[in-house]
Design a protein around this ligand. Structure first.
Ligand code: GRF
Length: 233
């Protein structure tokens, strides 16, 4: 099936029905430029990406590797609220600078200060578990994205992260799950949806099987959507 171009209305848009069907996986894609734009390099300056993550960092690693030796954007820093988060080692492997912070520093504006100092254009939340302070949300409006391991608005909100999501999906006997990539606003998992992709679940899939299927989609699509977002800045 072909692409259908789709001009967004702004605000907290929630698709009731698929806006775009390209193949079985992708059923929603929305960025504010016509699609051909994303395939031609019309960028003036290379964009700086910061990744915030709290965990193992498989997405962060995948994103760093996507943008390594890339002309139009690069991952300039990785920030974590956990001293021992796996993501820090993964970033170091690619020689991406890392910093950690505690709640006090986070709330006192330290992270925003670092983001500004490093001239960050796009902030990526890849498994980052703390709620973003309003100042960061305001400073990066339309430039900060999160990935959620379900088809929002289903299985989103406070407490819905990691295996909690996949267990709830399993218990509900869902036939599909998937990923949602959305802009970040001040409510958990409620920013405008940019992209969703889904995967079919089998009756005997365990919560771990669901997690693995969903993670595969995350790795496949998250870098591409970040790339597209960088190109529209
Ligand atoms: C992913 O499932 C993502 O959707 C969620 O946190 C998880 C992070 O996994 N927000 P990893 O640390 O990137 O492996």
């Amino acid at each position: 099936m072909g692409w259908k171009s789709h001009r967004p209305n702004h605000g907290n848009y929630r698709p009731e029905t698929p806006a775009i069907i390209i193949d079985e996986e992708i059923f929603f894609f929305r960025l504010s430029l016509p699609l051909p734009y994303y395939f031609c390099a019309r960028m003036t300056k290379s964009k700086n990406i910061a990744i915030l993550a709290s965990g193992g960092g498989s997405n962060a690693e995948n994103i760093i590797s996507h943008f390594a030796n890339y002309k139009y954007a690069k991952v300039k820093m990785v920030l974590s609220n956990k001293e021992n988060a796996g993501v820090l080692e993964k970033a170091a492997k690619f020689e991406v600078p890392t910093k950690t912070f505690n709640k006090e520093q986070f709330q006192a504006g330290k992270v925003l200060e670092w983001l500004k100092e490093a001239e960050i254009d796009v902030v990526v939340l890849a498994g980052f578990l703390w709620k973003m302070p309003d100042e960061i949300i305001a400073a990066f409006e339309g430039k900060m994205i999160n990935i959620h391991p379900s088809l929002l608005p289903a299985y989103g909100g406070k407490g819905m992260y990691g295996m909690h999501v996949h267990q709830a999906v399993k218990e509900a006997g869902e036939k599909h799950s998937g990923i949602t990539i959305h802009l970040v606003n001040s409510n958990y998992d409620e920013g405008a949806i940019l992209f969703q992709a889904r995967t079919t679940l089998e009756q005997d899939d365990s919560a771990e099987d669901i997690a693995a299927k969903v993670l595969q989609l995350e790795h496949k699509y998250f870098p591409r959507i970040i790339d597209a977002l960088c190109k529209q800045q």
